[in-house]
Ligand binder design. Sequence first.
Ligand SMILES: Cc1cc2nc3c(=O)[nH]c(=O)nc-3n(C[C@H](O)[C@H](O)[C@H](O)COP(=O)(O)O)c2cc1C
Length: 362
Amino acid sequence: MSIPSLTIGHLQARLPIVQGGMGVGISMSGLASAVAKAGGIGVIAAVGLGFGMPELQADPVRTNLLALQEQIRLAKQKAAGGIIGVNVMVALREFDEAVRTSIASGADIIFSGAGLPMDLPALVEGSKALIAPIISSAKAAAVICKGWNKRFNRVPDAIVLEGPLAGGHLGFTVEELSNSDEGTLKRLLVEVLEAIAPYTEKQAIPVIAGGGVWSGVDIFNLFKSGAHGVQMATRFVTTHECDASDGFKQAYLDAQQADDLMIIRSPLGLPGRAIRNNFLARVSQGETIPNYCNYICLKTCKPSEAPYCIANVLINAREGRFEEGFAFAGANAWRCDRIISVQELMDRLQAEYEAAAREEEG
Ligand SMILES: Cc1cc2nc3c(=O)[nH]c(=O)nc-3n(C[C@H](O)[C@H](O)[C@H](O)COP(=O)(O)O)c2cc1C
């Protein structure tokens, strides 16, 4: 049995694999276009793309938006007709402008989490861009479907369910994270499918499950539980095409065991999963990095209370400067042991899926 394609509205991806958006500067046009070209959905993370540009200090909002525009243009050009999405976090101060810029630049689909994107349909009205919220509970899925249906007579074109093993910011409390296991994503998936069932009469709502998805066998098993696609991020970091520096990718290769990953509390106000390092140890002992912030990139950040500037720290990490930086990563990052091409990874996932399907058929 061949791996199914993924249909979202008018879009059809040959492989049901969405590359999760990774800020700051980890999934840009290089990675997103490679994934799209290989048959998946490539996603640029909109957050903070203006890093390294001289205009950033004077006009951070405009500089980030111009950089976003340019990354989408490059990705579409290199993807050769493949599907390019943009991940825009609700917590981003320039959320509305980033969504509008993405659409005007030709993004096919907007993925939006780190908050509930209750007003997203209004921002895309009149365009053919599709919208997919990222949620971590059946309750959030139901709230969005109900709210969008009532206010905009619209339901999500797809829903991304991000489980507790994901990297980056997580939609769970620290307690929920410590009580979760390998089976949590599947349980949540069943709950989400049930919660959105009444809305699927209006339109199909494919559910894309992510967080700890490692192999084609994992994809096969999630499909058996009702998923229509998967979102994967960690595995794409250790690819040649990933836009991070070699130093960032090396941090993934250096992680050797599950305990090399840890849960942190980020200035965004959510827990996050990252690779343990000296910088995080110093922060947990109370060290702070005073910073002057003329631009609050996240709506919920309070620079006077934050121990460090999350944007600076993530940009440092992106460049491989870990003395004042840390790498976000999914729970399986320690399993990454070499750098491969996106095409090789996609081929392997497809082959593993199809082998699992054949075995099941007997
Ligand atoms: C380095 C890194 C950065 C991330 N940045 C973002 C982001 O900017 N916005 C977002 O919604 N999710 C972000 N995520 C979450 C991913 O998009 C994805 O949903 C999740 O990591 C999937 O789990 P996996 O990494 O185990 O495959 C990030 C994840 C990683 C590893």
